[in-house]
Ligand binder design. Structure first.
Ligand code: B12
Length: 350
């Protein structure tokens, strides 16, 4: 093995990161898969995925003369699920985008010449899972996540594009549709069954417009009522398809120096002003949903759990607040007055 790679692997181990492997930058089958996924509209309103297609298809367009990608993983499995309604596990730390990128940059800098590499952490139009699955250390599962056969899927991905031509890992031997000791899903459908909203009906191909992460993190407008019952369990993101996966039984713990976060209870989130928002959520991945998105989600979670503080939270909505909050309040009033609204949100696993 190349001595630089050996040194990087050792450093990763010491710092609680996973070195997943090394690959070239070509992934023609994945590009085909991606274009089909877009054509099927499975990205919903995530229009940014339609941009920069030439880079997404050819990562070397991002960093001309790049020859290889080193793929690193940041484990984030937590043993406690947190209180319901909860937030996805990756969001219970300071924002990984900045933290992980800085960490990887510092980690590889002693081994790679300045200017000869670029670190990406969900920060460029690159198919990160496609690159990861080209290493010899994992596969894409039916829940569409990159799964390491030993460490599972509770890991975030970073790529180091470099002009150094490292020897790519031997082509991956894991076939997702066959379960062997090396990995793969085989006939297992636990994630598909666990997804309460049918986003994984087609194995290996998520329908974002049915995914709770999409609605609670990415979508800026109102959330259709049919998705509300599950906000009792998660009001930001969702881990149900990961929690169901047998590969996650022994998922490793996060690095000790990655700061964990705790968040206030729903009533405080639902009515927070700009200063409180900054204090509660500044520097965390929760800001992806913006203040109005988090308030919207918290109001819905309070409505479905019949939180006694709901009325007071609703009255915190000011005329100048964004329309989505007024529209959500209207939806909530209709929801609570409809005869079917006595239906309680499902308990435990949907
Ligand atoms: C858009 C996006 C979302 C969308 C769409 C999800 C999706 N599955 O695509 C939404 C908002 C729903 C989402 C949710 C989540 N996301 Co997200 N998301 C992304 C983002 C920005 C782009 C993904 C993308 O391009 N999707 C389009 C699809 C078609 O591409 P793809 O799934 O990556 O698959 C490609 C290849 O793997 C391959 N492929 C996949 N399956 C198959 C099968 C066959 C037969 C073939 C040939 C090829 C193939 O083809 C595809 C195109 O190249 C990436 C970061 C990035 N830049 O890659 C993070 C990323 C995928 N998200 C991540 C995470 C952590 C999550 C959540 C767990 C967060 C949460 N707890 O709420 C959930 C998980 C939901 C789920 N089951 O996917 C991590 C996943 C890490 C991992 N272990 O896989 C990523 C990689 C960010 C990171 N840097 O770590 N996400």
């Amino acid at each position: 093995m190349d001595s630089t790679i050996e040194a990087i692997i050792q450093e990763c181990e010491q710092q609680g990161l996973l070195f997943l492997g090394c690959t070239d930058l070509k992934y023609p089958r994945d590009v085909e898969f991606f274009e089909k996924w877009l054509a099927e509209g499975k990205h919903g309103e995530l229009r940014y995925l339609e941009n920069h297609l030439s880079i997404r298809k050819n990562p070397e367009h991002l960093f001309p003369s790049a020859k290889s990608a080193l793929i690193l993983g940041l484990p984030y499995a937590l043993n406690d699920l947190g209180d319901s309604p909860r937030v996805a596990q990756y969001a219970r730390f300071v924002d990984y985008h900045r933290w992980f990128k800085k960490k990887v940059h510092a980690l590889v800098s002693p081994f790679l010449e300045a200017g000869s590499f670029r670190v990406l952490v969900d920060s460029a139009p690159v198919l990160e899972r496609a690159l990861a699955a080209k290493t010899a250390h994992g596969f894409i599962g039916k829940n569409t996540l990159f799964i390491h056969p030993k460490f599972g899927s509770f890991l975030l991905l970073a790529e180091v594009l470099t002009i150094r031509e490292f020897r790519p890992d031997t082509p991956p031997t894991i076939q997702a549709d066959r379960k062997t000791t090396a990995g793969g899903c085989g006939p297992c459908q636990l994630c598909q069954v666990a997804c309460p909203t049918g986003a994984l009906v087609d194995a290996y191909s998520i329908d974002s417009t049915k995914c709770l992460s999409y609605w609670t993190i990415e979508q800026r407008g109102t959330i259709p009522e049919k998705f509300w019952p599950w906000l009792e369990q998660y009001y930001f993101g969702c881990d149900l398809c990961q929690l169901a996966c047998p590969y996650n039984l022994k998922a490793p713990a996060p690095p000790v120096d990655w700061e964990k976060k705790t968040y206030p209870a729903l009533p405080a989130v639902a009515s927070m002003d700009a200063a409180q928002y900054e204090k509660f959520f500044g520097g965390t991945p929760m800001t992806r949903a913006k203040r109005e998105g988090l308030r919207r989600n918290a109001l819905i979670a309070m409505a479905v759990t019949r939180d006694p503080a709901l009325e007071s939270a609703l009255s915190s909505i000011r005329p100048e607040d964004p329309p989505v909050l007024h529209q959500t309040a209207e939806q909530i009033r209709a929801f609570l007055s409809a005869p079917t609204s006595t239906t309680v949100a499902p308990k435990g696993k949907p």
